[in-house]
Design a protein around this ligand. Structure first.
Ligand code: ADP
Ligand code: ZN
Length: 613
């Protein structure tokens, strides 16, 4: 049974009727003063796990979070529900800082947000010593792991919290961690005795799609036009230049989009981020510098136009879609060139052999996910140590790919490479190999005398795209490697294929499956919330009117629209048409403070819609 004080706060402050999943248990543990490690997928509601104990316990809760750019929004959102929160970081002028310090010492703060490097400063530690602390929350705790994908050296310093404030409970939270990373978090943060809460990592409302790359920007525009017109989304690209080009292409196609990468000056970055958060339906095109800690709940799609470096990174980035639990899409397009490029980047990277092996292992796991012929979600969850059933809501479940025995094709390709290697000590890229196999009489083939090779023309049964698929999958399987010039060579494992002792199965690269299945079915917030398409026509009108009202309020207050009320709350209001403050207060997402701030205005919007109808 969850402590009744916690439930009271949940209902009074946030206006939510019940805890979700493990929230109640976690909050109980922290309220008792226990340490905890919390692994929950994005959108599951990690913040309440430390916010509520901080409100109930005496003193101020210290929240360590890596991204200072977002602290203002987090604090604003808390102020909207009446929680006294503030932050200390380098962006503040001395006056603002002194004011926050004063409020903290006077016991007037429920929550205080700090970047990890702040906590390392002696002055900050002395300040914390003089106040009363209810708990430490360490957000994005996977940043402490060197094996993980997001290591931040500042996080190593957080191990000292346990020594300096041994009586203050600590709760470490993350949305991404393999079993190995969890152990590393526990060890480095001195949380080996902490209770571990591991929720299912599944995000059932996200539909995963991984498609062969053709013309990625055009594929993306088609995706947005057909599946996500008017929706907010994030597009990830590897390089700054491709970010700029992609954003321009979207704008030229009439899709509101902004770029975000480290090469833009801080002001432009801030402005673009603010636009993405505040306006409806903006697409952010970004390098992975963007996104950590972004808690915009209504991001409807996350698209990767280049291959991510690890499954952890991919899962975390795609997790930014659909935090509100409503249907969302994770879409990745990748091709042969991605694999070649990533392998080369690893070869050329600095660092010792262990480091390179780490990177290779991460990439191989990512490639296995891309090339799987079985459920994507099953593979993803297995990677994080959780078993599950085929999901029915990913591309391979919705339209199972055909597979074929590619052993002979693989042998043809590999033996061509072996022959070229042996006879001329030369290596070639995919184009030339495919020309040879397909017996194409190009100038280069003739010049090099490749038409006299024994394998010339033995591969006419496959067309060029099919051969590219073969090359890509062999590369993904480690049966083919590239040298420092990006040309192909065989590997030790290829010998088994050439000898005929190893079979190879490929997936057919079919045209991109268009069937989307019934997306509503998979919404994870079952119960009272309806999707917009399920509303009656009159309710839909009222919902749109409420959104217009919300946009006005958000602009006036200079906060993101969802901070005023999330879509799900507006939709329920549109459906139930409350006529009294009590009826409004009973709706999920309407707490005391919001009722006080907006109750009368909302009832007014509902009443005038009623009158107009
Ligand atoms: P996380 O940090 O795990 O990604 P958040 O803490 O941002 O997730 O929560 C995601 C969304 O779910 C937020 O809009 C939050 O207000 C909402 N939420 C959290 N807990 C509950 C609950 N018990 N009932 C209803 N909504 C909740
Ligand atoms: Zn599936």
């Amino acid at each position: 049974m969850t402590d009744p004080r916690a439930l009271e706060v949940l209902q009074r402050v946030w206006g939510y009727p019940d805890f979700r999943g493990m929230q109640g248990e976690i909050i109980d543990a922290v309220m008792r003063g226990d340490d905890a490690i919390v692994l929950m997928p994005t959108g599951a509601g990690k913040s309440l796990c430390y916010q509520i104990p901080a409100l109930v316990r005496d003193g101020t809760g210290i929240v360590v979070s890596p991204l200072i750019a977002l602290m203002q929004d987090q604090v604003d959102a808390l102020a909207e529900v009446g929680v006294r929160a503030a932050f200390l970081n380098s962006t503040q002028d001395p006056d603002a800082r002194r004011e926050v310090e004063g409020a903290f010492l006077a016991g007037r703060l429920d929550l205080l947000y700090l970047a990890p490097e702040r906590l390392a400063v002696a002055g900050t530690q002395a300040l914390l010593d003089r106040g009363r602390l209810s708990l430490f929350a360490i957000d994005e705790a996977h940043c402490v792991s060197q094996w993980g994908h997001d290591f931040r050296p500042d996080y190593l310093g957080l191990s000292s919290i346990a020594k300096r404030w041994p009586d203050v409970p600590r709760i470490a939270l993350t949305a991404t961690a393999t079993v190995a990373t969890r152990d590393e978090i526990a060890e480095r943060l001195r949380l080996t005795d902490a209770r571990r809460f591991v929720a299912s990592f599944d995000r059932p409302n996200i539909q995963y799609h991984i498609v062969p790359k053709d013309q990625p920007v055009r594929q993306l525009i088609r995706l947005i036009r057909t599946e996500h017109p008017g929706d907010a989304g994030i597009v990830y690209r590897l390089s700054r230049r491709s970010v700029d080009e992609t954003a321009e292409a979207l704008v030229a196609a009439g899709i509101p989009a902004s770029p975000y990468h480290a090469g833009l000056d801080a002001r432009t970055r801030r402005a673009n981020q603010a636009r993405f958060l505040r306006e409806d339906g903006v697409v952010m095109v970004a390098t992975i510098a963007f996104g950590m800690g972004i808690d915009k709940p209504d991001v409807r799609f996350v698209a990767h136009l280049d291959l991510p470096k690890s499954v952890e990174g991919y899962y975390q980035e795609t997790g930014r879609a659909g935090r509100d639990g409503e249907p969302a899409t994770a879409w990745l397009t990748y091709g042969l060139q991605d694999v070649v490029q990533q392998r080369r980047m690893i070869d050329e990277s600095e660092g010792d052999l262990t480091h390179k092996r780490n990177l290779t292992a991460h990439l191989d796991a990512m490639l296995a996910l891309c090339e799987t012929a079985t459920c994507r979600r099953l593979q993803l969850l297995r990677y994080f140590g959780q078993e599950s059933e085929p999901c029915g809501n990913c591309d391979t479940c919705l339209s199972p790919p055909e597979t074929w025995d590619g052993t002979v094709a693989a042998q043809k390709l590999l033996s061509t490479i072996v022959r070229l290697d042996r006879e001329r000590r030369q290596r070639y890229g995919a184009g030339q190999l495919i020309h040879i196999l397909r017996g194409q009489d190009t100038e280069r083939v003739r010049q090099l005398g490749h038409d006299s090779l024994a394998t010339f023309g033995i591969g006419t049964e496959l067309d060029e795209p099919a051969w590219r698929g073969v090359v890509r999958q062999l590369l993904a399987l480690g049966l083919l490697a590239t040298d420092e010039h990006g040309a192909f060579r065989v590997t030790e494992a290829s010998a088994e294929v050439l000898r005929g002792t190893r079979q190879v199965t490929f997936r057919s690269d079919l045209a991109v499956a268009r069937s989307r299945g019934d997306r509503r079915r998979r919404s994870s917030t079952a119960g009272a919330t309806a999707t917009t398409t399920e509303l009656s026509a009159t309710a839909r009108d009222l919902f749109e009117t409420l959104r217009v009202w919300r946009a006005g309020v958000a602009k006036e207050q200079d906060v993101p629209a969802y901070v005023v009320f999330p879509d799900s709350t507006l939709r329920t209001i549109a459906m139930l048409r409350p006529t009294s403050l009590d009826a409004l207060r009973a709706i999920s997402g309407v707490g005391d403070k919001k009722l006080q701030s907006y109750g009368t205005a909302v009832l007014g919007v509902v009443a005038s819609a009623e009158a107009a109808a």
